[in-house]
Design a protein around this ligand. Structure first.
Ligand SMILES: *Cc1c(COP(=O)(O)O)cnc(C)c1O
Length: 219
């Protein structure tokens, strides 16, 4: 299958999952996760009309996206990997959406950088739904206070919540928990679901699915 055929197949599966959940297919957007792939692998995906892409490392993204953005207008770039404070300025300059706001310090640094660079980004709070010690994210019990801090004190545009369920568990309960937290905190969007479980995530209300290997192939 060509990359174009793979992309069409995924879009078809997304639309079917949305319809089965009594949702509009247009209510779910696809973030094509291009991490580890090079500009030459990404261009054919852009050529199909895909405009939203995800990267998990600031430095890697800086190496390929400025050139691709210069070739095509309307690219929307999402940071989906952990962000260190010393990379915050570069992240604010390059990305449109940061999905991994996961602690107070980085939230404060991002707010300062947006102000300094006069940039308006959209943000997702990463939630550690499985309370995994090695995984980043706000604990579910702390989400309400953290959303308030980000919005009311720091003025960040908190558009959504994001989670990465534990690899060895049924993801459904994690997606359900994220949806519940979003409802309780007046957060509109849910970034959840990857190549292996995006249809399940759509069933639980995902508005953004992050799909890498099913589009680009194995990393
Ligand atoms: C790599 C990655 C994805 C995409 O995973 P696939 O299984 O390749 O679809 C999604 N979300 C995050 C946070 C990732 O790091």
């Amino acid at each position: 299958m060509s990359v174009e055929e793979r992309l069409r197949e995924i879009q078809g599966r997304m639309a079917k999952a949305a319809t089965e959940a009594n949702r509009e297919p247009e209510s779910v957007s696809l973030v094509a996760v291009s991490k580890t792939f090079e500009a030459d692998d990404i261009r054919p995906v852009i050529a199909t009309g895909q405009r939203i892409f995800g990267e998990n490392r600031v430095q890697e993204a800086q190496g390929k996206w400025p050139a691709l953005q210069a070739e095509t207008t309307g690219i929307e770039l999402h940071l989906i990997g952990p962000l260190q404070s010393n990379k915050a300025a570069e992240a604010v300059a390059l990305f449109d959406v940061i999905e991994t706001v996961d602690r107070e310090k980085i939230a404060r640094t991002l707010a300062q950088e947006c102000k300094r660079q006069n940039r308006t980004l959209r943000f997702y709070i990463q939630v550690n739904t499985g309370l995994e010690p090695q995984k980043a994210g706000i604990a579910p019990d702390d989400v309400a206070a953290f959303v308030r801090l980000c919005r009311d004190e720091l003025g960040l545009n908190v558009e959504g919540l994001m989670c990465i369920p534990p690899v060895d568990e049924n993801p459904g309960p994690h997606f359900a928990l994220l949806a519940k937290l979003a409802g309780e905190n007046d957060v509109a969007r849910l970034s959840m679901g990857m190549s292996g479980d995006f249809e399940t995530a759509i069933g639980f209300g995902a508005t953004t699915v992050r799909v890498g290997s099913a589009i680009f192939g194995r990393r």
